[in-house]
Structure formats: structure tokens, C-alpha cells
Ligand binder design. Structure first.
Ligand SMILES: Cc1cc2nc3c(=O)[nH]c(=O)nc-3n(C[C@H](O)[C@H](O)[C@H](O)COP(=O)(O)OP(=O)(O)OC[C@H]3O[C@@H](n4cnc5c(N)ncnc54)[C@H](O)[C@@H]3O)c2cc1C
Length: 234
């Protein structure tokens, strides 16, 4: 199975490529505790209650019975954050094997704001700047284009790809396939949906939530309720 890609940022995407299991797999894995695995699916209400109970009480291993593979295109700085999560298996495009396309992320002027004064890692977009960010976005774009021009010149003069790439911006888009189970995906979502996460990764978390909801609707609802997200967030 492969689902339609959800477009994210200016050139990014996330797509559900494959999955194994469903809400039923979670119930079956849990019910084997009292040797009633094959009663899963007989009583929908009881199954749904069980999934909610399991998640709320951190009985998380049954959620490992469901696995997802996603295709992702995102800026390298987003991947730097994503790859901190060690409980996924991923493979990424290698700039040693091939020349990178000139595709880089440019933030929208109105989404830039200023460095937050209260939070060391975040931006503050509620502050009016006395000048427009549009011209600065043009400088940023120009700088990235110049970096790609240099990259191509170095390659043309025989530089190895593995060294020439060093002059490229962190905003350059990369491409990966990542596989992880639902327990670890919920952990990833909890951290990356959070308001403290960078907006450029939060949009991927939003998209992933939309992609998994049809596969595991009961578990997703239990997870979202436990996080305190209101009904209708999706
Ligand atoms: C808002 C935000 C800001 C961040 N800022 C920074 C930063 O400034 N610098 C920085 O370096 N990182 C930063 N991180 C990354 C963060 O420290 C974690 O590395 C990342 O979120 C992955 O979380 P994790 O280790 O729980 O997930 P995973 O790596 O997926 O691990 C899942 C769980 O498995 C267990 N586990 C996995 N590996 C080990 C291990 N080796 N030992 C013990 N238990 C393990 C833990 O229980 C862990 O919670 C930030 C993350 C967020 C969300």
C-alpha cells in the first residue's frame, strides 16, 4: 500500500508507504496475557476500552504490534532533529552517491518573527518588527543559490561529491524512508507536536497524525486524549 503524499513546507512531503497491523493487533497482543488473544474483534466496545486503558496506564508493548514506514522529504535541519529519535530504522539519500538537487527551504517572511526572549530555543512571531522580513528572505535565498552555484562549480572541477556538499546550506532538502512501531511513533509525536518543537518539524508531525489515524483510529484517539488535544484536532 502507498498513500497520497501530504505536502509539507515549500518542497517537502510525507507519505505512508507501508504499514502492518491495526487497532485489532494491539488488542490481540494485550489479550494474550490471559490467553484470550483470539477474542479480539468480538466486542468492539470492550476492545476500544482496552486500548484506552492500555495507553493511559502506560502498558505500551501491545502498541509495538503495529508498524509504519513513511517516505519523507524535509530540510536537513529537520532531519537532524528527526534522527535524534533512535527507535526508528531509516535510510537516507546520500550526497556521496549523487549530486544534490538545488532544492532548499525558504521560510515565509511572516513566519520568521524574532528570537524568543523567554525561551532559548524558540522564535517569537507575535512581535512586530519595524522592518519587513521580505528583503531579508531575498538575501537568504540569494545566499543559498550562490552556495549551490559554488557546489556545482566544485563538482565540475573534479571535487568529490562527499566534500563539495560541505558548502551547501542546512536548508537543503533530503529524502528518507523511516520505519517504526506505533509505541515509538506516539513518543515521537508527543515530542514533535509539542509547542516547544520547531514549527518546521511540527508540520510533519501534524501530517503523520493524519496519515495514521485511518489505520489506528482508536489508538490515535486514545493518544490524543491523553495528550489533552481537543476533539476535532485532526
Ligand atoms: C523541543 C526539543 C528540543 C531538543 N533540543 C535538543 C538539544 O538542544 N540538543 C540535543 O542534543 N538534543 C535535543 N533534543 C533531542 C532530545 O534530547 C532527544 O534526543 C530526542 O527528542 C529523542 O528523544 P528520545 O531519546 O526520548 O527518543 P528515542 O531515541 O526514540 O528513544 C525512545 C526512548 O527509548 C529509551 N532510550 C533510547 N536510547 C536510550 C539510551 N541510549 N539510553 C537510555 N534510554 C534510551 C528512552 O526511554 C527514550 O525516551 C531536543 C528535543 C526536543 C523535542
Amino acid at each position: 500500500m502507498t498513500t497520497e503524499a501530504i505536502e509539507v513546507l515549500d518542497h517537502g512531503l510525507v507519505r505512508l508507504v507501508d504499514h502492518m497491523g491495526s487497532d485489532l493487533s494491539i488488542v490481540r497482543a494485550a489479550r494474550v496475557s490471559y490467553d484470550a488473544a483470539w477474542r479480539a474483534g468480538e466486542n468492539e466496545k470492550s476492545d476500544n476500552r482496552l486500548i484506552n486503558y492500555l495507553w493511559r496506564n502506560k502498558h505500551t508493548t501491545p502498541f509495538e504490534a503495529v508498524t509504519f514506514t513513511f517516505e519523507v522529504r524535509a530540510p536537513i535541519f529537520v532531519f537532524r532533529q528527526w534522527h535524534r529519535h533512535r527507535t526508528q530504522s531509516y535510510n537516507e539519500l546520500s550526497a556521496r552517491y549523487r549530486e544534490l538537487d538545488e532544492v532548499f527551504y525558504v521560510p515565509k517572511a511572516e513566519k520568521i518573527g524574532v528570537q524568543s526572549k523567554d525561551n532559548k530555543q524558540m522564535r517569537d512571531t507575535n512581535v512586530e518588527t519595524p522592518w519587513s522580513r521580505h528583503e531579508e528572505v531575498d538575501w537568504y535565498t540569494d545566499h543559498c543559490q550562490k552556495a549551490f552555484k559554488l557546489y556545482r562549480e566544485l563538482l565540475a572541477s573534479g571535487w568529490p561529491r562527499e566534500l563539495a556538499r560541505g558548502c551547501l546550506p542546512l536548508s537543503t532538502y533530503s529524502h528518507m524512508f523511516t520505519t517504526l512501531n506505533l509505541r515509538n511513533l506516539f513518543h515521537w509525536l508527543e515530542l514533535r507536536l509539542h509547542t516547544h518543537a520547531q514549527p518546521e518539524i511540527r508540520v510533519y508531525a501534524d501530517a503523520i497524525l493524519k496519515l495514521i489515524e485511518p489505520v489506528v483510529p482508536v489508538a490515535t484517539k486514545a493518544f490524543m486524549e491523553d495528550l489533552g488535544y481537543a476533539e476535532g484536532y485532526l
